[in-house]
Design a protein around this ligand. Structure first.
Ligand SMILES: C[S@@+](CC[C@H](N)C(=O)[O-])C[C@H]1O[C@@H](n2cnc3c(N)ncnc32)[C@H](O)[C@@H]1O
Length: 417
């Protein structure tokens, strides 16, 4: 889950042939009549530009503005700007649904600079000037155009494969429209989220709305910074810091990397205690990264009556404890879903309801279809096809063995009579 993070290496060595790309600005009508349309400046392969930007694939209206946003953008002491909660935000809650201002190819342009500048110029003044205040971690020698530097610092990976509608499924047979190339999207607000190795939010791209949803992975307190992850944070501290430095050019200063403030010189004992906190966290993250391959498997358990009933539930509850400890909530939904299914297979309605509700709350934005499926089972748990499967199998076996025993007895009676 959890969201698509910032690209590992958004710009590998290959480069694009510019003439086959088309610069188009989409203007999405605002739902409020008095507001101007919402612009998205796109640089897309001509063929994709034609299909994606056809009337069928463009939303008829922009996402409505929230009149009472749960966030504000503030300056931070060491990380530039950041996004902060203005009130309590519940786990799974939508924080913001936003259209990108720029959509660009993942690989660099052969004739870079003018194309980048033209892209910036194709935005209306208000959006262009806000975009130009965004972070730019690339030196001018590397990215002569500030627009390119801003894109490389901020762009989130977008998949532009048009949504699978009945119509385009029929047209292409399997719904594959042949657009496998990835793109980057720049968002004026979501991109203000700084990285944390214990993020409290994630984002999810929705091609049918041409927008990304930012949502809470756990409860966020008023005034708390809203953070996402730019790299795989189940890696060790050294590995993730090296990756952030290489790809995003900053040394992470989040509390999971620096469990104590950098300021005053610290004693040898304090240093040793920090080192032990870091090594414990590395070990926890390593365990979480490999949990599903090193701990009892739900799939095997769900078809194997020889394994104890609580094998997976006990193990998954331990994983959830570790997830809380490391603030690795982007992994939570995997365990919540399997816990709910374990209790369904055990026919334990109270536990099933508890974990299913937890799962729905956490995944309704990441995977709304699966959340709907669980809502259906909550209405009537017995509709789940493997409801109480273990007990039913045991009853069947008992019946079988009773039946074969009486059958054998019948035989022997006949033999000895
Ligand atoms: C996508 S921007 C985030 C918003 C940015 N702070 C701003 O002012 O617009 C990424 C940049 O923010 C800073 N940043 C993000 N997360 C950070 C972290 N955990 N530690 C230090 N700097 C961070 C880095 O300068 C990075 O290049």
């Amino acid at each position: 889950m959890a969201g698509d993070n910032l690209p590992e290496e958004l710009y590998p060595s290959a480069s694009l042939d510019l003439p086959s790309y088309k610069l188009t600005t989409i203007l999405l009508p605002s739902p409020l009549l008095e507001r101007s349309p919402i612009p998205i400046a796109t640089l897309l392969p001509s063929s994709l530009s034609t299909t994606l930007l056809s009337a069928n694939n463009i939303p008829s209206q922009a996402i409505p503005y929230s009149s009472d946003p749960s966030y504000e953008i503030l300056s931070t002491p060491t990380k530039g700007f950041g996004m902060f909660a203005t009130r309590l935000i519940e786990a799974g809650e939508l924080i913001l649904n936003e259209h990108p201002v720029l959509i660009v190819p993942e690989i660099p342009l052969t004739d870079g600079s003018p194309a980048w500048d033209n892209l910036g110029l194709s935005l209306p003044e208000r959006e262009r000037s806000e975009m130009l205040t965004m972070a730019n971690c690339r030196p001018v020698e590397e990215c002569p155009s500030p627009v390119e530097g801003i894109v490389r610092t901020n762009a989130l990976i977008l998949d532009l494969t048009p949504p699978r509608t009945k119509k385009n499924k029929r047209r292409s047979g399997n719904g594959d429209t042949g657009s496998s190339q990835r793109f980057g999207g720049v968002f004026l607000k979501i991109n203000r989220c700084n990285h944390s190795c214990g993020p409290n939010a994630a984002h999810k791209w929705d091609v049918s709305n041409l927008s990304s949803k930012l949502y809470a992975l756990r409860k966020i307190e008023p005034g708390e910074e809203i953070t996402i992850f730019y790299t795989d944070v189940t890696q060790s501290r050294d590995a993730r810091r090296a990756e952030l430095k290489r790809n995003h050019r900053f040394l992470c200063t989040c509390p999971y990397c620096l469990p104590s403030p950098l300021s005053a010189p610290i004693s040898t004992e304090a240093k040793a205690s920090i080192a032990s906190i870091i090594s414990e966290s590395d070990e926890n993250r390593y365990q979480l990264r490999h949990w599903l391959s090193t701990h009892p498997s739900y799939l095997k358990w769900s078809t194997d009556l020889c394994r104890a009933d609580d094998t997976v539930t006990t193990s998954h509850r331990l994983a959830l404890d570790l997830i809380n400890k490391e603030s690795a909530h982007f992994l939570q939904h995997i365990f919540l879903e399997e816990l709910a299914l374990c209790y369904a297979i055990l026919g334990d309605e109270d536990e099933f309801r508890f974990w299913a509700k937890e799962f729905i709350q956490k995944c309704k934005i990441e995977d709304p279809e699966r959340a709907d499926e669980f809502e259906g089972w909550l209405e009537n748990p017995k509709r789940y096809k493997k409801w109480a499967w273990r007990q039913k199998q045991r009853d069947l076996r008992e019946f079988d063995s009773y039946f074969s025993l009486s059958h054998d007895l019948g035989h022997s009676k006949r033999r000895y009579s």
